[in-house]
Design a protein around this ligand. Structure first.
Ligand code: 13P
Length: 295
């Protein structure tokens, strides 16, 4: 069933848990996320990033996400991730998305406030919640390029806790994406999360907080982040990395058994779906942080 962003984050708040937002620019990923949610009994978010348009156009994947989420027995919020253009955002709103992110984190502060406020005005006309970002993850949302590294290498700027309070009040956002050491894409070495920054933001922010760059983070750090107030975790890179590795292994195994074995496309999509589903189940359970299943 469809749930909007405000309501799904309220569930997370009440249960001291975080909801994973899986980026799903393929049918395999959409199915994997919904099946993992039904299997585990927890709510989930599925998202399409504007930057993933070449992998799956919004016009194709958006209505598919909404239709499959609607008929799922799990609570599902369909979300637009990292949107930089209000015209693109309007298209998702018209399709029935329950959450959208306006990403003005690359803009000077005043411009970020002005454009995020415009997004809030638009979103207020729909049954939808708004996520905005303050501070910067440095690296852009990955997928087409191998971005990532460390927060320092990526040019990340931690969210300023005092500015966060002003940003929330000035924009009318519903949930805040903040930067405290995670990066999009593959980590080179261990991620170093700054929980002091997160704790200070939480003290001043009266809205649910979001962790982007959620893949590659240890289960222990996930739990610490949830206990420090993170209510939504964005997860993409490691799911598709594991799926890619599973497809690679399947090809290698088939070729080892028979050098001229034919590899059919569905062999790869099926193993990718199963791998993502199992990985997503693990992420959902870890982020549930001990809460009992809700669906
Ligand atoms: P990862 O690249 O760590 O999976 O993060 C995805 C993300 O934050 C999408 O907004």
């Amino acid at each position: 069933m469809l749930v909007n962003l405000r309501d799904i984050c309220a569930i997370a708040e009440q249960n001291n848990m975080a909801i994973p937002q899986f980026n799903t620019p393929s049918l395999e990923a959409v199915r994997a996320a919904l099946d993992a949610a039904e299997q585990t009994g927890y709510p989930v978010m599925i998202a399409h990033a504007e930057g993933h348009e070449p992998m799956a156009p919004l016009d194709v994947i958006g209505p598919t996400m909404v239709a499959l989420a609607e008929r799922s027995s799990a609570m599902v919020c369909v979300h637009l991730d990292h949107c930089e253009h209000l015209s693109y955002m309007r298209r998702a709103l018209e399709m029935g998305f329950g959450g959208v992110m306006f990403d003005g984190s690359f803009l000077p502060y005043e411009e970020n406030v002005a454009n995020s406020s415009r997004a809030a005005d638009m979103v207020s006309l729909y049954d939808c919640g708004l996520e905005c970002e303050l501070g910067s993850m440095g690296s852009r949302e990955a997928g087409l390029h191998d971005e990532g590294g460390t927060a320092e290498e990526s040019g990340a700027i931690y969210t300023d806790p005092d500015q966060a309070a002003d940003f929330i009040a000035s924009t009318g956002l519903d949930i805040l994406a903040c930067s405290f050491g995670t990066v999009h894409g593959l980590y080179k070495g261990e991620p170093h999360l700054n929980f002091d920054v997160l704790t200070e933001i939480r003290k001043r922010a009266n809205v649910p907080l979001v962790m982007h760059g959620g893949s590659g983070v240890s289960d222990e750090d996930y739990h610490k982040a949830v206990d420090a107030g993170i209510r939504k975790v964005n997860y993409f890179t490691y799911g598709v990395k594991f799926a890619g590795e599973a497809a690679e292994k399947l090809i290698a195994d088939k070729k080892a058994a028979k050098a001229d074995a034919t590899i059919y496309w569905q062999d790869l999509t099926m193993v990718a779906y199963e791998t993502m589903r199992d990985d997503f189940e693990h992420v959902i359970k870890v982020l549930a942080n001990g809460a009992v299943p809700i669906a």
